[in-house]
Design a protein around this ligand. Structure first.
Ligand SMILES: *[C@@H]1O[C@H](CO)[C@@H](O)[C@H](O)[C@H]1NC(C)=O
Ligand SMILES: *[C@@H]1O[C@H](CO)[C@@H](O)[C@H](O)[C@H]1NC(C)=O
Ligand SMILES: *[C@@H]1O[C@H](CO)[C@@H](O)[C@H](O)[C@H]1NC(C)=O
Ligand SMILES: *[C@@H]1O[C@H](CO)[C@@H](O)[C@H](O)[C@H]1NC(C)=O
Length: 370
């Protein structure tokens, strides 16, 4: 008898917990523009998922986080907030979206950040740095999350209705170039076998399967970032000769452009073929163009922090190394990653397009309203 009573009490208290959580979520939706926000990506979105992995692609040491509230390193690959942090603020969330790796109980109803440094669309990208959650793994983990959400609602229809109101942001692909196709020592097999056209085709074929899987898992409002001008990051300028007086490694930007053009077609294709799909393209290249001096940024080709010069983490900040004082004047914090001020601009313009080409067909603000 006693056992039965205890069991009933536990079940009852779980119910109360669930009801309280749902009420809390409903109250929050008044201020929040979406009930939940899920993030898939690489180091541009990682907020600590890699911290306990045996990888060199982590940023849980100083000077990373120097401008984050509390001045603490969290695993974000920048001096302050990253793009998902700013997006969460713009969407009315009172706190950043938690890491999936260190989530607590009911966190999953508000959304999770699956971002993982060095991760790519291809499972093999970023392998030199160590373990990471590739896009395939992030999508698989999200499959488990949706199962848990369905269990909380105890009603498939209600869970599906909930999941289709969430915002999903995907920002991945840079490592398929930086840490795969254009990796130098040793040169990647893919760069020896495939032309940049073929490589872009291969990435898009895989990405298409991943985005369709997200749709099958109930995602409808999905903002997908194109790859930015990675031929202009300090590490690539260091590794590759720059030609014709260009400030960037043009061949990398051209190769990435092939991917981006196909991604736009893929997104149109998904919207035309999947009922109620609302994918949108965020043009990271367009957002990066324009005069940085307008926001006071002066240094475009050098990192703010002192970087490691060799090893698998070359180009990331040196642990406890020197850091520039005028961090609002730099585009890049280390040799790969934008500073907080750059992240702020990227988030702002993807949320509310400044120029029509920033987002197509709609920016994130319209995506969550429509
Ligand atoms: C499941 O949720 C749907 C939508 O909220 C609702 O109409 C339906 O009555 C629910 N079914 C059960 C068995 O509670
Ligand atoms: C993205 O922006 C770049 C730079 O302005 C432009 O060349 C490209 O056509 C844009 N792509 C889309 C789909 O708008
Ligand atoms: C960075 O740009 C400045 C000004 O355009 C230039 O003088 C300097 O040589 C560049 N540095 C590198 C490492 O390319
Ligand atoms: C981000 O940009 C907005 C708009 O320019 C500004 O109000 C805000 O203070 C910035 N946030 C940070 C942390 O720099």
């Amino acid at each position: 008898m006693a056992t039965i009573t205890i069991t009933k009490w536990i079940i009852l208290s779980i119910n109360i917990l669930v009801i309280q959580t749902l009420t809390l979520t409903l109250t929050l939706t008044h201020a929040q523009q979406v009930p939940c926000f899920f993030i898939f990506g690489d180091s541009q979105t990682d907020n600590g998922n890699n911290n306990r992995l045996l990888t060199s692609a982590k940023a849980n040491y100083r000077p990373y986080g120097i401008d984050f509230p509390g001045a603490i390193p969290t695993g974000r690959f920048t001096n302050g907030k990253n793009i998902p942090d700013f997006l969460a603020e713009l969407l009315g969330f009172s706190n950043p979206i938690p890491t999936f790796a260190f989530r607590r109980g009911s966190d999953i109803l508000r959304g999770l950040n699956y971002g993982s440094g060095a991760a790519g669309i291809l499972d093999s990208s970023g392998i030199r740095q160590g373990p990471r959650f590739s896009m395939n793994e992030q999508v698989a983990i999200h499959g488990a999350t949706t199962g848990q959400i369905t269990a909380i609602f105890r009603n498939r229809t209600a869970a599906d209705n909930y999941l289709r109101q969430c915002l999903y942001v995907v920002n991945i692909g840079s490592n398929d170039y930086i840490n795969n196709y254009y990796y130098q020592k040793p040169r990647s097999l893919s760069s020896l076998i495939y032309t940049s056209d073929q490589f872009a085709d291969q990435l898009i074929a895989q990405f298409s399967r991943q985005l369709r899987r997200l749709y099958d898992l109930g995602s409808r409002k999905v903002a997908v970032y194109g790859i930015g001008l990675i031929g202009c990051i300090p590490q690539e300028i260091l590794l590759y000769p720059i030609t014709n007086g260009s400030p960037c490694v043009d061949k990398i930007n051209v190769a990435v452009g092939l991917f981006n053009a196909r991604l736009v077609s893929l997104i149109n294709n998904l919207n035309n073929n999947l009922p109620n799909a609302q994918f949108t393209y965020i043009n990271a290249t367009n957002i990066a163009l324009g005069d940085p001096a307008l926001i006071g940024v002066k240094v475009l080709n050098a990192s703010c922090c002192e970087v490691q010069t060799s090893g698998p983490a070359a180009g990331q900040c040196l642990r406890d190394g020197a850091v520039c004082g005028n961090r609002k004047e730099y585009i890049f914090f280390d040799n790969f990653h934008p500073t907080e001020i750059s992240n702020n601009v990227t988030a702002l313009r993807s949320y509310r397009a400044l120029l029509p080409a920033d987002a197509s067909p709609v920016d994130i603000e319209r995506l969550v309203r429509q």
